[in-house]
Structures are given as C-alpha cells and as structure tokens.
Design a protein around this ligand. Structure first.
Ligand code: AP5
Length: 220
C-alpha cells in the first residue's frame, strides 16, 4: 500500500469514475470523496443544500462553483484526508474548481489527476443500463444486476434508475463535460499532474490499469 495518496479521477459521465473510485479507495485505503454522492445524500435528507441541488441534478446541470468548492473545502478539512489522503470523484469539473482545489490542498497539492477515457458511444450504453442503490449508492448494470431482483447485495436497499439517467439529462451532462471539464486535460498536463487511462474493457482490467499507472507515477 502507498500511504497518503492524493488522487483525482475525472472523465465523461458514465466512464466508471464512481465504480473505480470505490475500488481505488479500498486498494489504497483512502477516503473516497464523491461530490455526486454528497449531493444525492443531501437531496435524500432534504437539507437546504439538497433542495437547491435537486433541480440542477435532475436537469444534468452543474451546480455553481462556489457551492461545490465550499463542500470540498469542508470535507478536506477533516483529519482522515489530511493523514490518509483521498480519491476525488466528480471534482474538479471546471477550471475554477481545479484552481480552487490546488489552493485548498496547498502546499502539498495533488499527486495525480487521471482522465478515465471512455468514448461517448460507450458511456451512453453504460448509463442507459445503470441501476443504483438508493441507500448506499452501489452501482449495478443490466449485465451485472443485484443477486435478488432490485435489492442491493451490500445493504438491502432499493436498486433503481437514477433520477438524472434520463436521455435528456445524460446528453446535457455529456455536452457540459465537453464544454467545462474536457479543458482540464490540457490544464492538468500543463501542471504536470495528468495521467490518461483507458476506461474500456472489464472492471478488473480497468482497475489494474489504474493501479499500475498510480504506482508507476508515485515511484518516480
Ligand atoms: P455524479 O454523481 O458525479 O454523476 P456523473 O458525473 O454524471 O457521473 P456518473 O455517476 O454518471 O458516472 P461515473 O463515471 O461515476 O460512472 P459509474 O461508475 O456510475 O454527479 C451528479 C450530478 O451532481 C451532476 O450532474 C451535477 O449536477 C452535480 N455535481 C457533481 N459534482 C459536481 C461538480 N464538481 N460541480 C458541479 N456540479 C456537480 O458507471 C456507469 C455505469 O457503467 C454503471 O452502471 C457501472 O456499473 C457501469 N460500468 C462502469 N465501468 C464499466 C466497465 N468497465 N464495463 C462495463 N460497465 C461498466
């Protein structure tokens, strides 16, 4: 195990960021911080943040940068991330968020920002087949469903289609990716933090590629 890894996984919606971040967080024993999960939990609990987030999320729009940066700032303040590192899933997603992340994590900064590369036609297929546990957020797909109907293998919660996995919201999220998030590839390269990993193929193959790339970079 490499202690204290500080990682960012980004890429198109449906590239497998959430699924692979869960695996990386277990492998490196670091907290998995997903802005999407934090927001979905706020929506479920009906907090003021959740009430505001619900509309953006359903439409596939990005929440304003200051709200998201505030959430991450607060989360990275906790002791677990300071001592054990983290894997960020779904943040940063805009140039402003990336610049804020560097500030928040200064002086040590981030070890590696990995672009999990999956073409648009493949992510569209994956998202159409995705099913998610409403309680713990575990991902399933039509090819790999839960063992018992729509009941989560991990916690027994209901496994459903996500509210924002409608055709309209998926297309909106993918368009916003090209506009707001794709420019991060050049930015992270300029900062010397970029790694590109092929996100196609089986889940285990993708995890192996990610671990190889992270270990290789951290040994340099
Ligand atoms: P978020 O929850 O982050 O959703 P997303 O960006 O749309 O990403 P997804 O969860 O759709 O994709 P993923 O890459 O995690 O894929 P997954 O692992 O599920 O954000 C939701 C919303 O919150 C945003 O739209 C926005 O409104 C708001 N938000 C969040 N962060 C924000 C930010 N920073 N700024 C502003 N707003 C923000 O995999 C997809 C499916 O494919 C699953 O079914 C999985 O089982 C399957 N799969 C994965 N890998 C493979 C494989 N190798 N082979 C076959 N199937 C696979």
């Amino acid at each position: 195990m490499i202690p204290g890894a500080r990682l960012v996984l980004f890429g198109r919606q449906g590239a497998g960021k959430g699924t692979q971040c869960v695996r990386l967080s277990r492998h490196y024993v670091v907290p998995h911080i997903s802005t999407g999960d934090i927001l979905r939990s706020a929506v479920r609990e009906g907090t003021p943040l959740g009430q505001k987030a619900a509309e953006y999320m359903r439409a596939g729009d990005l929440l304003p940068d200051d709200i998201i940066v505030g959430i991450i700032d607060e989360r990275l303040e906790r002791d677990d991330t300071r001592t054990r590192g983290f894997v960020l899933d779904g943040f940063p997603r805009t140039v402003r968020q990336a610049e804020a992340l560097l500030k928040v994590t200064s002086p040590r900064g981030i070890d590696l920002c990995i672009n999990l590369d999956v073409p648009r036609e493949i992510v569209l297929r994956r998202l159409a087949g995705r099913r998610v546990c409403t309680d713990c957020g575990t991902n399933y797909s039509l090819e790999e469903p839960p063992k018992y109907n729509a009941t989560c293998d991990v916690c027994g919660g209901d496994v459903v289609l996500r509210d924002d996995d409608t055709e309209e919201a998926i297309n909106r999220r993918l368009d916003l990716y090209e506009l707001e998030t794709a420019p991060l590839i050049a930015l992270f390269e300029e900062w010397g933090l970029l790694a590109e990993v092929d996100g196609t193929g089986s889940l285990d193959d993708v995890t192996d590629r990610l671990v190889q790339e992270i270990d290789r970079r951290r040994e340099l």
